[in-house]
Each structure stands twice: as structure tokens, then as C-alpha cells.
Design a protein around this ligand. Structure first.
Ligand SMILES: [Fe+2]
Length: 316
């Protein structure tokens, strides 16, 4: 069905109850940099060309407000909009010019069949400079979504948006829209929510430097350091102050479209080195599992401890 397709993952929009504190965390500890602010929103870039990787918006509760994808040009955006309209997707907005503070461009928003907010754009301003600091994220590289209807969601992204299938496990489906092994994955859950977002580091040394900065700021490594099976990426997971799960990752497998063959859940069930190819990382912490399911977004006590540590670290 698909002709036009998504070409990459740009950014996430997060609703946060304390905009300034969240901005402090994402800049001073996670390693992003503010590049624009407008109204209730702050835009934060990484070291790469993408205009911003995170948009933080002041909201009463922590919430995922959008996953933003790129298309190659305005024609592709318009074609994807037409495909979405034909598919009858929920929450479809008109094609529109986008705010200057967000890098401008042209795009639209819609919701997945399970109700999660998405956006597609082209012509968004890109940075001409690349910041040389391997300890800071270069780009947003994947987003994992929980789903109570994993097969339907995977089909939706493949049929409507042009994603390709990369791998299956008993718990997850991995799909891609560029050379990265996965830009989106779905995890089996009780409903639709953000499981985690992953930021690419330039190399393993950079990942460790970032993880060390997080550790010194009082954030436990909740899973890792390890190397995943599907995607082969090195990972380290944290719970940020709002209760979202955030990952530093590097060395994600680059897929050759001509030769790549997806692996089945059975293949991964029998794969030596689970859940970590190095047999280094054990299972994720219970706290991480709770955060991945969205249970910590309501301001659980555990989060407060992290926030207190962060406040001390930031001298506030
Ligand atoms: Fe991940």
C-alpha cells in the first residue's frame, strides 16, 4: 500500500510538570543543549545536525506528547498525509507550516490505532555545526512503545508509514525506517505507552562517559552496561526525573536492505547470551520494569529521591 515512507526518527515531545528542572536535567546531566524556547516549550539539541531531539512542554503530568519522524521532502509529507487520510487514522491534522522555534518545516500529526501521538515533517532546519563531545548524545535513535495489540501496531507502521521488519522476539517487534536496525520497537504490554527512548552516543567510550556523568549525579544504572541481542547495540538504561526511561546506546547494527534477513522469536529464544551478548548485564531492575510500563510517571516516591539528588548536584 505504501509509496511514500518515513525516512528517519527526529525527536520526542515530552510533557513535564516542572519545565525548568527537566530542562536542567536534560542539559546539565543528560547532555543536550537548549536552542530555542517559545511559550511553554523548550527545544534541546544533541551534537548532530537534527534541530532538536527533545521538546519539553510544561504540562500538569508527565506524558508523551509526540514521536516526530522525518520524510524526505514536502512531497513525501503530503503523500504520507494522503495515505493517512485514506487509512482513516485518528487525530489527523491538516498539513501545516511548523513553528520557527521548532526549526520550521512542514508536517502533520496523527495518532496510532492505540492512541499514541505521532508527527511527520520535512524541511526542518538542520544544524550546520556538529558539536565534538562524545559524552553527549548525537541523535535520538529509537523509541520503544508498549502495546496491547503488538501485531496490529507493527502492521500499521509497516503498511502506512513504510517501516520494514527487522526482528521478532517473544516480547518485542523491531522495525526500521533507515539503516539503523530499529527506530521503533513494540513491547508487549497492557496498553499503549512510552516504554523508553534511546539516544545514540558516538562510541563506547562516549557512552561510558555519559553513564558516568549520570552515576555521579545520583542516577542508578537500572540495566546494563550490556550488549543487546536484536540490534547488537550497547546499552545502559536510566530513569529520568519525570519517570521516563532513557537509554544511552551505541554501535546499533546498520542494516543492508539487500541482504538483511529478519530473525524469528525462536531464533532469539535459543540465542546464546541473553539478555546480553556479553553475559554482562543481568535482567533490568524492578524499578526500570515499573518505569518502562509507565508506572513511575505519576510522581512515585522513588522519583523524589532522584530529584533530591539531582537538586543537590545542580546546587539548587
Ligand atoms: Fe532500547
Amino acid at each position: 500500500m505504501t509509496n511514500a515512507r518515513i525516512s528517519g526518527l527526529r525527536s520526542v515531545e515530552l510533557g513535564v510538570p516542572d519545565l525548568n528542572r527537566s530542562s536542567d536535567f536534560y542539559q546539565k546531566i543528560w547532555g543536550l543543549q537548549d536552542i530555542a524556547a517559545e511559550g511553554d516549550t523548550i527545544y534541546l539539541r544533541g551534537t548532530g545536525a537534527e534541530h532538536h531531539l527533545v521538546a519539553l512542554r510544561q504540562r500538569p503530568k508527565a506524558a508523551l506528547l509526540a514521536v516526530n519522524f522525518s520524510a524526505s521532502d514536502r512531497t513525501a509529507v503530503a503523500a504520507l498525509h494522503g495515505q493517512a487520510k485514506g487509512y482513516g487514522v485518528d487525530g489527523l491534522t491538516d498539513l501545516a507550516e511548523l513553528p520557527r522555534a521548532a526549526g520550521g518545516g512542514y508536517g502533520f500529526r496523527f495518532r496510532t490505532p492505540e492512541g499514541l501521538p505521532m508527527a511527520i515533517s520535512a524541511d526542518v532546519a538542520q544544524h550546520g555545526d556538529v558539536i565534538s563531545d562524545r559524552s553527549r548524545p548525537t541523535k535520538l535513535t529509537h523509541v520503544v512503545l508498549n502495546s496491547a495489540a503488538i501485531d496490529e501496531q507493527t502492521s500499521f507502521f509497516k503498511d502506512l508509514l513504510g517501516f520494514r521488519h527487522s526482528d521478532s522476539t517473544d516480547m518485542m517487534e523491531f522495525i526500521r525506517c533507515c539503516a539503523d536496525h530499529h527506530s521503533i520497537a513494540f513491547a508487549r504490554g497492557n496498553g499503549a505507552s512510552l516504554n523508553h527512548m534511546a539516544y545514540e552516543m558516538a562510541n563506547f567510550d562516549g557512552l561510558m562517559r555519559g553513564a558516568g556523568r549520570m552515576k555521579q549525579a545520583g542516577f542508578n544504572i537500572e540495566w546494563g552496561v550490556g550488549r543487546h541481542g536484536p540490534g547488537n547495540n550497547i546499552f545502559t538504561y536510566f530513569v529520568e526525573p519525570n519517570g521516563f526511561v532513557t537509554e544511552y546506546t551505541t554501535e546499533v547494527e546498520q542494516v543492508d536492505e539487500a541482504t538483511y534477513v529478519p530473525n524469528t522469536a525462536e531464533y532469539w529464544r535459543n540465542f546464546p547470551g541473553r539478555p546480553c551478548r556479553w553475559n554482562m548485564a543481568g535482567p533490568p531492575s524492578n524499578r526500570l520494569k515499573a518505569a518502562m510500563s509507565g508506572e513511575l510517571l505519576e510522581g512515585a516516591d522513588e522519583n523524589l529521591r532522584c530529584e533530591e539528588v539531582m537538586a543537590r548536584t545542580l546546587g539548587r
